[in-house]
Design a protein around this ligand. Structure first.
Ligand code: ADP
Ligand code: MG
Length: 728
């Protein structure tokens, strides 16, 4: 009998929902209790030190050494009051996870005795050994030095006895080895460009922040079943598994009632998240069985990214207490919905105006249209690199698939907004407007919020949809660091806003009135971006054909998608705004190719191992049972046995046929892998893995899944789809 599988199944029946972090208090009582936020800073820092942190956050001012010592001392005092014994620089290397190295506050004295210390220099900078993080050739092995440097805009926090300090991570040459560094640069670029454009409408605006509200989808599986699936353990997805008779076809999981064990897990990780200041708001069942989602209240984007990564870490840890495992993989199961991380994106001024929310007056609405239309233009202009920013091996199982974001970049506005843009296109010309025309247009623009209020139409097939007061970038993968797509989007919008301002100013210079100049330039952009506007079904064949007619890129192929990062327009964009330099761009591309190579390599090894050491022996075992049975029949029935042996012989042969194909294909795959491994040049190697090794996965899987339908259930070693998906 398949021991692990059946033990897991029998234990599962007795597993109960249990709470580990129960709380009867109101959330507001303990929200952020483990965060060194402004309130804590006031308490633990001198006014001088406090002001230094605030002006570092708000104006990017440098903090001098002496003040840094004071800040560190205050931080240490607070952290020790929260039970911390260690501190760690917490950073985001180029592999969609976070990294941390813990050091103790404790310091022995030569004279005996000991004390606890944390100096400004330890807060501000550290030098972890960078040689084991992906760098895409940015450092030589003999010069592996990398530095982490404090990011004061994201507050420090205490997690399980360690004071964690969010930091950037750069090579000794200053080049970024992480996502946070270029993301912060992109936020600054966009702040500058957007603030300048805001001056047309409101002179008081001094700063524009990007707001991000992510929605995190994930699957849960029982730990016992998970441990009996080496593919889930090692690669985060199932490499085989016949579909379950029932999965999502009855549409009975979405928004269904949350199972008890899952609810206890959710409540626990929510409590821990609240303590860390992560403002979670929603939880629900997603479309696929055992798929769930949570989402917080939106926040400033740099902080929101940190919170997303922190939450993912917390969820992994807390799931284990509940004997559950979280799967963040974009496509853990074939044939059912995968997981995304929708990024809700908007811009907010320092006086609290959401720039993508329609206002109350013609002026604020023109401002709204300005940011809406320019964002659309940025997306059109930089579609290849935007698609590239969300491309990865794991997300490629969703890309182009039916339930997934389409591989063509389009923007959904909703019919109402679309009509308004059409009206502007029709009515604005290069000529001066008559007073009557002007009044009429102003009146119409002023009406936008009322119309939008009753027209909150949604389109879930659009990769980039306007949803009333923000854009929702839906194509982001559930495992990814959202900073990766955001840094592209932010920079692209910054560039477009700069261009827009130059054009409007040029018209004003020529004597055109400001509001007319703005409308004239907007009209021009509306015309240019028409091709990217699409209101229909983004998954349909008609759209593919239509998009081709419109000249939009359709990127189905992962290698092509990845290469979008090297699009000349993208390189110029990153360089213009100092977000990434040429060597950083190339190194990032290399890092992603390397990741692709390694992931396919790992899965290929795993598949070979499972096929050879789990599946084929099981098939042979069952064949032996059949052979014994045939011998027995012969013994008992003699010549009569022949007519009763047909089904067994048939099955015996079918099993052999599948085993033979599996064996051959595994051998061929191994041969191709060898060729790939002997290929030096990275692009060629990735392409060999992708085009020559990967296609074997589906072929081998097909025959394994067929065997699953033939072989005695008692013998089958791997938990089946129905068990992984329907039990918890
Ligand atoms: P849905 O699934 O219907 O899109 P959810 O409630 O799951 O909606 O998630 C909506 C997300 O959008 C939340 O994270 C929310 O904070 C975020 N959001 C709302 N307004 C803004 C905004 N102005 N900027 C960024 N994100 C926003
Ligand atoms: Mg949602």
């Amino acid at each position: 009998m398949a021991t692990l599988r059946f033990r897991a199944l029998s234990e599962l029946a007795s597993k109960k929902a249990e709470r580990f972090s129960p709380s009867t208090e109101n959330i507001s009582k303990y929200f952020s209790e483990n965060v060194f936020n402004r309130a804590k800073m006031r308490q633990y820092l001198s006014p001088e030190a406090y002001d230094a942190v605030i002006s570092a956050v708000e104006e990017g001012r440098r903090i001098d050494r002496k003040v840094a010592d004071q800040i560190a001392a205050g931080m240490k005092a607070w952290a020790m009051d929260r039970g911390a014994t260690h501190y760690a620089h917490w950073f985001q290397p180029l592999n969609d996870t976070t990294a941390e190295k813990h050091d103790s506050f404790f310091e022995p004295l030569r004279s005996g005795g000991s004390f606890e210390t944390f100096k400004g220099s330890m807060l501000v900078q550290q030098e972890p050994d960078a040689s084991s993080f992906p760098s895409g050739g940015l450092r030589n092995t003999f010069e592996a030095r990398g530095y982490t440097a404090w990011d004061p805009s994201s507050p420090a926090f205490v997690l399980e006895g360690t004071l964690c300090i969010p930091t950037i991570f750069v090579a000794y040459t200053g080049e970024a080895l992480d996502f946070k560094t270029p993301h912060i640069k992109s936020l600054n670029a966009l702040d500058k460009a957007a603030t300048e454009v805001c001056q047309y409408f409101d002179k008081d605006v001094k700063k524009v922040n990007v707001t991000l509200g992510w929605e995190q989808e994930y699957f849960l599986v029982d730990e016992g079943l998970f441990l009996a699936r080496p593919d889930l353990m090692v690669s985060g997805r199932t490499l085989m598994g016949n579909i379950s008779a029932k999965d999502q076809q009855l549409e009975d999981h979405y928004f269904g009632s949350i199972p008890n064990r899952v609810k206890a897990f959710m409540e626990d990780f929510e409590v821990e998240s609240y303590k860390l200041g992560i403002p979670l708001k929603t939880r629900h069942n997603e479309v696929a069985p055992n798929q769930y989602e949570c989402a917080p209240m939106f926040e400033e984007a740099n902080l929101a990214v940190d919170h997303n990564l922190l939450l993912m870490t917390l969820m992994h840890r807390i799931a284990r207490r509940h004997k559950l495992r979280v799967l963040f993989h974009e496509k853990p199961f074939k044939g059912i919905n995968g997981s995304g991380k929708h990024a809700n994106w908007s811009l907010m001024t320092d006086n609290g105006t959401n720039l993508l929310s329609p206002g109350k007056t013609p002026k604020t609405n023109t401002q709204f249209l300005t940011f809406l239309i320019n964002t659309m233009k940025a997306v059109d202009e930089h579609a290849p690199v935007l698609l590239s920013s969300i491309a990865s091996f794991s997300n490629s199982h969703r890309l182009g698939g039916n339930e997934a974001p389409p591989s063509i970049m389009s923007v959904f506005l909703g019919t109402t907004l679309s009509n308004i843009l059409d009206q502007i296109e029709e009515r604005i010309t290069d000529k001066k407007l008559s007073p009557d025309e002007k009044t009429e247009i102003k009146l119409d623009i002023g009406r936008i919020p009322d119309i939008l209020l009753d027209n909150t139409d949604r389109n879930r097939t659009s990769p980039f949809a306007f949803t009333g007061n923000r854009f929702e970038f839906r194509a982001v993968g559930s495992t990814s660091n959202v900073a990766s797509p955001l840094l592209v989007l932010n920079t692209a919008v910054a560039q477009q806003l700069v261009k827009f301002k130059i054009e409007v100013d040029a018209l004003i210079e020529k004597g055109v009135k400001k509001d007319e100049a703005i409308l004239q330039v907007l009209r021009q952009i509306i015309v240019e971006t028409k091709r990217i506007r699409f209101e229909g079904n983004g998954y349909s064949q008609e759209w593919k054909e239509e998009a081709e007619r419109r000249g939009l890129a359709s990127i189905q192929d992962l290698l092509v998608a990845l290469k979008g990062f090297l699009d000349p327009k993208a390189i110029a964009l990153f360089e213009e705004f100092g977000v990434l330099n040429l060597s950083e761009i190339h190194s990032r591309y290399d890092v992603r190719l390397e990741a692709l190579v390694k992931k396919i390599q790992i899965e290929a090894r795993l598949l070979g191992d499972l096929a050879t050491n789990h599946i084929i022996p099981t098939a042979i075992k069952y064949q032996n049972t059949l052979i014994d049975n045939l011998k027995g029949l012969k013994e008992v029935l003699g010549n009569e046995a022949k007519s009763y042996s047909e089904p067994q012989i048939e099955t015996l042969k079918m099993i052999s046929d599948h085993v033979m194909v599996i064996r051959t294909k595994v051998n061929e795959m191994v041969e191709q892998r060898k060729v790939a491994n002997n290929t030096e040049e990275l692009e060629a190697k990735a392409s060999h893995y992708y085009y020559k090794v990967l296609p074997y996965f589906e072929e081998i899987r097909y025959h394994i899944d067929k065997l699953e339908t033939l072989i005695d259930d008692e013998l089958w070693p791997l938990p089946k789809y129905r068990e992984l998906l329907l039990l918890i």
